[in-house]
Design a protein around this ligand. Sequence first.
Ligand SMILES: Cc1cc2nc3c(=O)[nH]c(=O)nc-3n(C[C@H](O)[C@H](O)[C@H](O)COP(=O)(O)O)c2cc1C
Length: 181
Amino acid sequence: MTVDAEMYKAGMRRLAASVAVLTVGLPDGRRHGMTATAVCSVSAAPPILLCCINRNSAARAAFSEANNFAVNVLAASDRALADRFARPMDAEERFAEGLWARDRTGAPVLETAIATFDCERSHSIEVGGHTVFFGEVQAVRVRSEHIMPLLYAHGGYGEFAAARPVPLPDLMWVPDWRTEV
Ligand SMILES: Cc1cc2nc3c(=O)[nH]c(=O)nc-3n(C[C@H](O)[C@H](O)[C@H](O)COP(=O)(O)O)c2cc1C
């Protein structure tokens, strides 16, 4: 028995997910980025993650061209960036908003992200309508736990509410407001 695609999507809309902007730095200096929820940890040692990108997207072509990518996990306050990187728009123009820098691999990293995973792209596999890209994580940046992630469920954005108060740790990383790309 085949499952109806709409029923599948209805189920998936209930799987709340953190929102990230995936970015690549191309060899000629161009950048590309797109909003994504299909990001998953694969292994901690060695650190490997995966992300799933629609085969018909411009992002997919850019990911195939580059040997790097970064996963920028958005803070609830960066919701406008989630909209911007999901709208049809010139790839470079998307980066006109946000504080962008580069870390180890040359992929664009967002200074205000709550976590960034800077990856070297390893292999990829084609599954259904998507390409699954695997990334070997070269650098991780995190900000303190009291900066909450942007979540997506039921076709809309929301915020995480902790069941009990999150202790305030030392600030782990302050965005560098002077950074220029
Ligand atoms: C909350 C949200 C999550 C998304 N997650 C994914 C995803 O995981 N994979 C994907 O291929 N597209 C995803 N998209 C759609 C892309 O962001 C969108 O198609 C974008 O325009 C692709 O960039 P491009 O046109 O430059 O290829 C998502 C969109 C939104 C709003």
